[in-house]
Design a protein around this ligand. Structure first.
Ligand code: ZN
Length: 184
């Protein structure tokens, strides 16, 4: 099992917490334990863009929105697309924000597909805490890569997900692929 103290130390970092514990392989929680710890009360999606890409797990920055890795992923490569503005709901977003969230989501699909060879995606937004939004105050679109073999008994029985790569490594791979695609 994972180390509970390590999981707690990551509680205030960027991401949408859920009830799954994570089994980190090959080096459990090493990246997280060395990570930054922003102020508890600060919105993580407002905090993240003020940091450098590596510490905040940011993959790409647009004009109105940005892309970062979820600290609490359902799967390796679980991305979040967020507007910079602290707005809770999709219909609070401006036309420009909606357009860029859409464009970044499309590009994220291509980059993840190219680097992860996944079979599909779950894409969506939870609107309001009652709908499952972990951080309901700041809009964020989930993009979760799916593999044919990933829907096994493991999360249901053990409430644990096995993640094959450390977040820092995943971020670097995706950011490099993102920038390479940019120049084409
Ligand atoms: Zn915010």
């Amino acid at each position: 099992m994972t180390d509970d103290a390590s999981l707690e130390s990551a509680a205030h970092l960027v991401g949408v917490p859920d009830e799954f514990q994570r089994l980190w392989t090959p080096h459990r929680m090493a990246y997280i334990e060395g990570g930054p710890k922003p102020h508890v009360d600060e919105c993580p999606f407002c905090w993240a863009p003020q940091q450098d890409d590596e510490s905040a797990l940011i993959v790409a920055r647009g004009t109105h929105a940005y892309v970062l890795l979820n600290l609490f992923p359902y799967n390796s490569g679980h991305l979040l697309v967020c507007p910079y503005r602290h707005i809770p709901l999709y219909d609070d977003a401006t036309v420009d924000e909606v357009a860029e969230i859409g464009a970044l989501t499309q590009k994220a699909m291509r980059v993840v597909r190219a680097t992860s060879n996944n079979d599909g995606f779950n894409i969506g937004m939870n609107q309001g805490a009652v709908a499952g939004a972990g951080i309901a105050g700041h809009l964020h679109q989930h993009l979760v890569p799916r593999w044919a073999q990933d829907a096994n008994f493991f999360p249901i029985i053990a409430r644990t997900k096995a993640l094959p790569q450390l977040l820092g490594d995943v971020r670097r791979t995706l950011a490099e692929a993102w920038n390479a695609a940019e120049s084409h």
